[in-house]
Design a protein around this ligand. Structure first.
Ligand code: CUA
Length: 155
């Protein structure tokens, strides 16, 4: 069967475009390191409790208005729960999952991330407005998924 010349030209063009995009994306991701940053740091999900910094989950002040929160997510809770920071604080979250994929969404902010076992997720958020922020798991993680929540109190 013969192909029309038009068809050959368009096939060649579209194939060429796909290859060009793949080369550009690959170059940006690996050579320019523009890939998503969250997948760079790995952890053995079986050994979260023994692996720093997750051997000591909690909140720590690291600057005048700066806090570090090391948190583990597991069915169906966040550890630590119910943290409190003063208004105007910048909070650096370091998160991982001990079992399945969970979500980390802070209602009323732009924070909305997946937290996967084997990966360390890092998010920074500034809290200017005092209030009680609801933290939700937004990835279905099992029977208790809908009760998996906690709060961040800003005062
Ligand atoms: Cu954890 Cu849904």
């Amino acid at each position: 069967m013969n192909m029309h010349l038009d068809e050959k030209i368009w096939l060649t063009l579209s194939f060429g475009m796909i290859m060009a995009f793949m080369v550009i994306t690959g170059y940006q991701t690996f050579a320019l390191e523009m890939g998503p940053p969250s997948n760079n740091e790995l952890i053995d999900p079986q050994k979260v409790d023994e692996t720093a910094p997750f051997n000591e989950p909690g909140i720590k002040q690291i600057g005048e208005n700066e806090y570090e929160v090391v948190m583990t997510l597991q069915v169906f809770s966040f550890n630590p729960m119910d943290i409190e920071v003063p208004a105007g604080s910048t909070v650096h979250f370091t998160l991982t999952s001990k079992d399945v994929v969970h979500g980390f969404e802070i209602a009323g902010t732009n924070v909305n991330a997946m937290v996967m076992p084997g990966h360390i997720q890092k998010i920074t958020q500034k809290f200017d407005e005092p209030g009680k922020y609801l933290v939700l798991c937004n990835e279905y993680c099992g029977a208790g998924h809908q009760v998996m929540s906690t709060t961040i109190t800003v005062k």
